[in-house]
Design a protein around this ligand. Structure first.
Ligand SMILES: NC(=O)c1ccc[n+]([C@@H]2O[C@H](COP(=O)([O-])OP(=O)(O)OC[C@H]3O[C@@H](n4cnc5c(N)ncnc54)[C@H](O)[C@@H]3O)[C@@H](O)[C@H]2O)c1
Length: 408
C-alpha cells in the first residue's frame, strides 16, 4: 500500500473539516484536531456538525476508509495546518480608533499544542485569516516552545472559499501562498498544488496575510456603498433596487446589493484587522465597517416605527416576523449575523416570531415555519434572501424587505 502523507489539521470547523475531508479522499492520512468533543464524536461517526453541501458525503467516505480521524490531541505528521477562529477581543478596544482588536489567542494555543509533535522537515501552515505579522508570530511561538524553526517550513495561505460552495471552491479557487522564507513558500505551494486546480500564487508572507484582508475589505467597502445608498434612497422615497439596476446599466458601474448589514466570520471582522494596525490611517475601511454595522441598527429603528404606526392604525400591537437569522442566504451560520442582531433587538420589546429554515431552534427566540409566519404575523421583515422565501403566499401583510427577496 502507498505510504500516505500525514497531515494534522487544527480546527474542525467550516474550513478545517472540509479541507480534512477533501484531503482524506485524496491520498492524505488526516488527523483532525478540535477542542470541541461533540465535533470530534460526530466526525468519528462519519457525520457532520455543520451544514455545508456535499460535506457529509466526503466525511462519511473519509471516515469509513480510515483516512480521517478526529481527535482532541495533535499527532506527529508531515504537515500541520491551523484553521482555528480569529475573532476579535470582546472586552478591548483600540485606543486610537476605538475599534475591535484582533484575537489571535486560538492560533497561539493551537501552535503551542502542535509544538511537541513538530519534527525537522515538517511544513506548518496557517490558514486562519490573520492580521499582518501573525505567521511570523506563530514562528516565534514555535521557537519559544523549543522548535528549531530553521529546520521546518512555515507559511500562510488564506482560505477564500464561499460557504455553500466550499467543496468545489477548495479545489477550483486560486490560492495565495507566502512563507516566512523562500523555501517555506515553495514547500507550501508544492503542497497546495497537489489538490488545487486553480493557480497557486507565491508571494511574501505579509502580502499573503494582507491579500485576504484586502479581499474582505473590498467587499465590505462596496457593500457599505450600497447600504448607504439604501438609507439615502429611503429618505428620498426612491426604490434603491431599481436605482441600482439602472445605474448598473452603465458599462463600468457595478453597485452591489444592499442588505440588513454585513455579517459572517470574515467580511464583518477582517477589515478591523487592518484598522487596528493602521493607526487611524484606514479611514475608508473603518467608515465602511461602521456604515454596515449601522445599517442593522437603522433597520431596527425602521421596524420599530412601523410597529408604532401599525398600533396607531389598528389599536393593537402587531406580531412581527423576522424572516431569516443567518448572515447570508441558504446557510445555518449565525456568526456576526446582522439578521440575528436585529431580531434579538426587536425581540426585547416587541411580539416577535423568527424564521430560520436552516436551524431548529435558538435560545430566547420563538422559531416558526415560514408558512406559519406568513399566516400569523402582521409585519414581515425579510432579513435574509433564503430560497424558501422567494415564492411565499403573502396576503394582506405589511412587508419590509431589506434584502430584495420578495421582488427578485
Ligand atoms: N468560514 C469561512 O467561510 C471562512 C472563509 C475563509 C477564511 N476563514 C477563516 O478560517 C478560520 C477558521 O474559520 P472557521 O469558519 O473554520 O471557524 P469555525 O469556528 O467553524 O472552526 C474553528 C474550529 O476550531 C476549533 N478550535 C478552536 N481552538 C482550537 C485549538 N486550539 N485547537 C484545535 N481546535 C480549535 C473550534 O472548536 C472550531 O471547531 C478563521 O480565521 C476564519 O476567519 C473562514
Amino acid at each position: 500500500m502507498k505510504n500516505k502523507r500525514k497531515i494534522c489539521i487544527m480546527g474542525m470547523g467550516y474550513i478545517g473539516l472540509p479541507t480534512a475531508a477533501l484531503l482524506a479522499n485524496r491520498d492524505y492520512q488526516v488527523h483532525g484536531v478540535d477542542i470541541n468533543q461533540h465535533a470530534i464524536d460526530t466526525i468519528n461517526r462519519g457525520e457532520i456538525h455543520i451544514v455545508e453541501p456535499e460535506l457529509d458525503t466526503f466525511v462519511r467516505s473519509a471516515v469509513q476508509s480510515g483516512s480521517l480521524t478526529a481527535n482532541i490531541n495533535p499527532a506527529e505528521s508531515d504537515i500541520f495546518m491551523i484553521a482555528v477562529p480569529t475573532p476579535f477581543h470582546a472586552d478591548k478596544l483600540n485606543e486610537v480608533t476605538n475599534s475591535p482588536i484582533p484575537n489571535v489567542d486560538y492560533i497561539v494555543d493551537a501552535t503551542k499544542k502542535i509544538a511537541p509533535y513538530v519534527r525537522p522537515g515538517n511544513l506548518i501552515l496557517l490558514e486562519s485569516t490573520s492580521p499582518v505579522g501573525t505567521t511570523n508570530m506563530m514562528a516565534d511561538v514555535l521557537k519559544m516552545e523549543g522548535v528549531d524553526i530553521d529546520s521546518v517550513f512555515i507559511a500562510h495561505s488564506p482560505e477564500r472559499v464561499l460557504p455553500g460552495h466550499i467543496m468545489r471552491e477548495l479545489i477550483e479557487n486560486d490560492r495565495v501562498v507566502g512563507g516566512i522564507n523562500n523555501d517555506s513558500t515553495e514547500k507550501a505551494a508544492e503542497f497546495y498544488r497537489t489538490f488545487v486546480e486553480g493557480e497557486v500564487l507565491e508571494t511574501t508572507v505579509k502580502t499573503a496575510e494582507m491579500t485576504k484582508l484586502t479581499e474582505n475589505s473590498f467587499r465590505d467597502v462596496n457593500i457599505a456603498f450600497a447600504n448607504e445608498l439604501s438609507m439615502l434612497c429611503d429618505d428620498m422615497d426612491i426604490d434603491v433596487r431599481e436605482l441600482i439596476s439602472l445605474a448598473n446599466r452603465h458599462p463600468r458601474v457595478n453597485v452591489l446589493n444592499p442588505g440588513c448589514g454585513v455579517g459572517g466570520h470574515c467580511i464583518s471582522v477582517d477589515p478591523w484587522f487592518i484598522v487596528d494596525s493602521a493607526n487611524g490611517k484606514a479611514k475608508m475601511i473603518e467608515q465602511a465597517r461602521r456604515t454596515n454595522d449601522y445599517k442593522a441598527d437603522w433597520v431596527v429603528e425602521k421596524v420599530k416605527n412601523m410597529t408604532l404606526q401599525f398600533e396607531r392604525d389598528n389599536n393593537k400591537a402587531p406580531k412581527v416576523a423576522c424572516m431569516g437569522l443567518a448572515f447570508k442566504p441558504d446557510i445555518d451560520d449565525l456568526r456576526e449575523s446582522p439578521a440575528l442582531h436585529i431580531t434579538q433587538e426587536l425581540n426585547k420589546k416587541l411580539d416577535v416570531i423568527a424564521v430560520e429554515p436552516n436551524i431548529q431552534d435558538f435560545q430566547g427566540l420563538k422559531l416558526v415555519h415560514y408558512d406559519d409566519a406568513c399566516n400569523s404575523a402582521d409585519i414581515l421583515v425579510f432579513l435574509v434572501a433564503h430560497k424558501q422565501f422567494k415564492n411565499l403566499d403573502i396576503v394582506n401583510k405589511q412587508i419590509f424587505d431589506t434584502c430584495g427577496v420578495i421582488n427578485d
